[in-house]
Design a protein around this ligand. Structure first.
Ligand code: UDP
Ligand code: MG
Length: 330
């Protein structure tokens, strides 16, 4: 039976922590009864440097339910994406499968069972995807759609309407932990891992208690980080712009010469206007060229894994390749 770890990042969540603990414990109890998760499956709360009583509450919960509730205390506030990573990497050594979920119970805990079913039928990553929500404000709906489209335009694969509510098998988390980059945008990284994935759909609710820890400023920072961590296309856009300006310079040259010979110009205008366009274009082109190399350096320094071997067909000697052995363990 697979042991499940539910990873919950918490930053100043004292209002909602006990509630979250209760409903997740109920889910685990139910799953254990149905034989879908091991009896010693657990919740792993990650305290992301909270300034309130969050950690004390986690300790209390752990004391009351030593098997069900575990905790990780980060030394300071590092932000949602890092806190979640710390939780997943810690949980993978104690469990067979992880599910990450926010502390505020906005995501539907009732689809956890469906996620596990998909895991048992061979999926390594199961994305929790929000159904289109009618109650969303027009601004939130369109801005999310815009961001998603922009990401796709820039060549970044993400799952639409999926935040960080997802199931990951142990080997998926293991592969993920090989991504050593510091600018984390988890939902952009997951599709890079490979393996079989699936989605479950749910309706996102209002926050159970407390206030959002993701103000607009943090949200924009996350979006911007998502783009710049995954795409060097903005650099090629500069290069393209440089070429375009040089093209305009040629047109301006023809126009200026035409004006010059038809005698309608002030002295000095022709050489000036042609120089301005041409030099402007040349500079953009040069910046774009330099940018291309910086883009390459950027991709190199990430040291991302270049591939992920899922299976090797060999002569059956398990010592020869651990990938096959690992697959059979499941
Ligand atoms: N969170 C965190 N560190 C932070 C900010 C948020 O661990 O610096 C956690 C927070 O406790 C919650 C999750 O990230 O469990 C998502 O935050 P929130 O629900 O406030 O975001 P929203 O749903 O409003 O976008
Ligand atoms: Mg929330």
């Amino acid at each position: 039976m697979d042991r499940l770890a539910i990873v919950v990042p918490c930053y100043n969540e004292e209002e909602v922590l006990k509630l979250a603990s209760k409903s997740l414990r109920d889910v685990l109890e139910d799953l254990a009864r149905k034989g879908k998760a091991a009896a010693d499956s657990f919740i792993l709360f990650v305290n992301d440097g909270s300034a309130d009583r969050t950690w004390e509450l986690i300790e209390e919960e752990h004391a009351a339910y030593p098997v069900r509730v575990r905790g990780v205390k980060l030394a300071g506030n590092v932000g949602h994406q890092f806190a979640l990573t710390a939780g997943l990497v810690t949980a993978k050594d104690m469990s067979d499968v992880t599910i990450s979920i926010d502390a505020d119970l906005q995501d539907d805990v009732n689809v956890i069972e469906e996620m596990l079913d998909k895991f048992h039928s061979g999926c390594d990553i199961v994305y929790g995807v929000r159904r289109e929500r009618k109650t969303d404000t027009f601004f939130k709906r369109t801005s999310a759609q815009l961001f998603y489209n922009l990401m796709h335009l820039l060549g970044v694969k993400t799952v639409y309407n999926h935040a960080d509510f997802r199931l990951m098998s142990k080997r998926a988390v293991e592969e993920f932990s090989k991504y050593r980059e510091t600018n984390l945008f988890l939902r952009g990284m997951m599709p890079l891992i490979g393996y079989r994935t699936d989605k479950v759909y749910y309706d996102r609710k209002e926050r159970a208690a407390g206030v959002s820890k993701y103000p607009l400023k943090k949200m924009l920072a996350l979006a911007f980080n998502g783009i710049t961590s995954f795409s060097v296309k903005p650099i090629t856009l500069i290069l393209g712009l440089g070429l375009f300006v040089i093209f305009i310079a040629v047109i301006m040259l023809i126009y200026a010469l035409f004006s010059y010979f038809s005698g309608h110009v002030v002295a000095g205008w022709t050489s000036l206007i042609v120089s301005v366009w041409f030099l402007g274009g040349l500079q953009l082109l040069a910046i774009g060229m330099v940018g291309l190399y910086i883009g390459k350096i950027y991709m190199e320094v990430k040291h991302r894994p270049r591939y992920n071997i899922e299976k090797i067909l060999s002569d059956g000697n398990p010592a020869q390749d651990s990938a096959v052995a690992k697959e059979e363990d499941r």
